[in-house]
Design a protein around this ligand. Structure first.
Ligand code: NAP
Length: 242
């Protein structure tokens, strides 16, 4: 059995990634923070198509929760390991820099960047021992170009890109690849407060993207055939930035 862990698999892009990886034959570990009902729905969607999935609750921003949950998973699955990790969990708490609260800065960095560190460090050990792994990090257009009101979010996502490039070099000899997918505007709960009509005019494709369109890029990097592609950032943004 090949296992794939998707952080933030309960909703939006993460859910679409879970469903797409299950279709590729992975047994999917659906992580979520608070929203158990939504996470269960992801598992049901996979099961209804004959796929395999299980829930694993933890807050990616908590080192203790990450280690405890993954230690428990390892104990329950002797001899098995997670060969695909998708660091998708993320939040945004926008504010102009002069009004930015410590809490807004810390929350976003802790979830989007520290979360990547805690989960990846823990899962990587087994990938290195087994000499195979695929790590895909969900960054953002904002991490490439910056967006006003998002100094915290842009810093976290740009940090993710730097970390991806460094780690890709570190682990390439052990046949572990590390890549980023950088979505533009995608229709999810995260963007439900954004007026699409105000923004879609500047997107060459003329519309917001769908979560499944991001998932397709993640599946590509996660595939065994993508073995010589590492340290890359693939934009999925309808041509908004290339
Ligand atoms: P979303 O609909 O708001 O879903 C966020 C997901 O992350 C949920 O599954 C949530 O779990 C989980 N999550 C949040 N904090 C967590 C934590 N501390 N620990 C574990 N899970 C946590 O967001 P989305 O739009 O799908 O975004 C997914 C990723 O894509 C994020 O990294 C985001 O920054 C990135 N992205 C999104 C867009 C876009 O336009 N939507 C664009 C660029 C990049 P619960 O359900 O339990 O809360």
């Amino acid at each position: 059995m090949k296992y794939a862990l998707v952080t933030g698999g309960s909703r939006g892009i993460g859910r679409a990634i879970c469903v797409a990886l299950a279709k590729e034959g992975y047994s999917v570990i659906v992580n979520y923070a608070r929203n158990r009902e939504a996470a269960e729905k992801t598992v049901e969607m996979i099961a209804s198509e004959g796929g395999m999935a299980q829930l694993l609750q933890f807050n990616v921003a908590s080192k203790e929760e990450v280690d405890n949950a993954l230690d428990a998973w390892d104990n329950e699955h002797p001899g098995e390991y997670i060969s695909v990790l998708v660091n998708n969990a993320g939040i945004r708490q926008d504010n102009l820099m002069i009004f930015m609260q410590d809490e807004q800065w810390n929350n976003v960095l802790e979830t989007n960047l520290f979360g990547f560190f805690y989960v990846t460090r823990r899962v990587l050990k087994n990938m290195l021992t087994r000499r195979y792994g695929r790590i895909v990090n969900v960054t953002s257009l904002s991490g490439l170009t910056g967006l006003p009101g998002q100094t915290n979010y842009a810093a976290s996502k740009a940090g993710l890109i730097g970390a991806t490039r460094a780690l890709a070099m570190e682990v390439a000899p052990r046949k572990v690849t590390v890549n980023c997918v950088a979505p533009g505007f995608i229709e999810t709960d995260m963007t439900s407060d954004i007026n699409q009509d105000e923004h879609k005019g500047r997107i060459p494709a003329g519309r917001f993207g769908k979560p499944a369109e991001v998932a397709a890029a993640v599946v590509f990097f996660a595939g065994e055939n993508a073995s010589y592609i590492t340290g890359q950032v693939l934009s999925v943004n309808g041509g908004l930035y290339t």
